[in-house]
Write a protein that binds this ligand. Structure first.
Ligand SMILES: [Zn+2]
Ligand SMILES: [Zn+2]
Length: 133
């Protein structure tokens, strides 16, 4: 299990119950949007407001604990900061699949006169399930 308290402290954030609950919810879902996080966290902490959750998400994003995944017209999803990877995003059902950046793909990313620090690659299309329906 991920140690959310250490994760927060390592990134200069106080480990509050709100933050660890949000991280737990995101981690369990893999990728989730603000409404999904809210619905999930609310079950255990009914007094938490959407505004509080939103504020904490922004803060954790600024401190590199979580990463925003743009959903192309839909609400952004969030995931825990992981190694750089590629997202395969289904435009039909909204599912997100992680796939690794292989050595070969990494070489294709090398851009002249540009020092690449982090990469987020989002590919939009149809997942296997949606292709057959
Ligand atoms: Zn799909
Ligand atoms: Zn991801």
């Amino acid at each position: 299990m991920t140690d959310y308290i250490t994760l927060l402290k390592d990134n200069d954030l106080k480990a509050t119950i709100q933050r660890t609950s949000i991280l737990k919810s995101i981690n369990q879902a893999g990728h989730s949007n603000i409404d999904e996080i809210y619905e999930d966290v609310k079950e255990q902490h009914p007094t938490l407001s959407l505004a509080t959750i939103y504020k904490n998400i922004i803060l954790m994003q600024e401190n590199n604990v979580i990463v925003e995944v743009p959903m192309n017209g839909e609400k952004s999803k969030f995931e825990l900061k992981k190694d750089d990877h590629i997202h395969l995003i289904c435009q039909h059902c909204g599912s997100i699949q992680d796939t690794t950046i292989t050595q070969k793909r990494q070489e294709a990313l090398i851009i002249e006169n540009f020092q690449l620090n982090t990469a987020q690659i989002n590919l939009y299309g149809l997942c296997k399930k949606c292709q057959s329906t």
